[in-house]
Write a protein that binds this ligand. Structure first.
Ligand code: RP5
Length: 165
């Protein structure tokens, strides 16, 4: 039977500043500093140019945003998963832009309790009213804060104000 050796002198606690754990904590802080606070989503890559002013304004304020294309009707599962995980991932606001019968802002709001800002995008017909009404006329309990048609810059401004409350 082998003997278990016992060291009678207890090991002194490691200096936290120098410990591997301190190094890891340092890394986590670095990652946190780079976590996007705003998710900018849009129904089509063709919406990108119209949505760019939101990202630009946020960048000018030093607020990191991530930009994703996902359609409420073409990628419903992706939209659900993204919005359900948004708070856990550290996002504070979702900006959702879409044209035509723009379901994306409302669907996003249905899957998260974060503030959702809708950007109705001018399509080829109805002067953008289709998208405006789809975003703005949400039933009670599932709010979308809707900016003007093609009003992406204001979505960035509003998101900044929400974050700075
Ligand atoms: C919406 O339908 C998109 O947000 C876009 O504005 C509109 C047309 O989509 P594409 O045919 O340009 O992909 O889903």
């Amino acid at each position: 039977m082998s003997e278990i050796s016992q060291d009678p002198t207890p090991t002194p606690p490691p200096d936290l500043e120098q410990s591997p754990m301190a190094e890891e904590l340092g890394k986590i802080e670095t990652i946190d500093a780079e976590t996007p606070l705003v998710g900018i989503i849009m129904g089509s890559k063709n919406d990108m140019e119209k949505m760019e002013p939101a990202e630009k304004y946020l960048r000018e304020q030093g607020i990191l945003a991530e930009v994703r294309v996902m359609s409420a009707h073409r990628d419903p599962e992706l939209v659900r998963e993204y919005c359900q995980n948004a708070r856990m991932r550290g996002l504070k606001v979702i900006i959702a832009g879409a044209g035509m019968s723009a379901a994306l802002p409302g669907v996003a709001a249905a899957h998260t309790d974060l503030p959702v800002i809708g950007v109705p995008i001018l399509g080829k017909s109805l002067g953008g009213l289709d998208a405006l009404l789809s975003a703005v006329q949400m039933p009670p309990g599932i709010p979308v804060a809707c900016v003007a048609i093609d009003g992406a810059k204001n979505a960035g401004v509003l998101a900044t104000r929400i974050i700075n409350v």
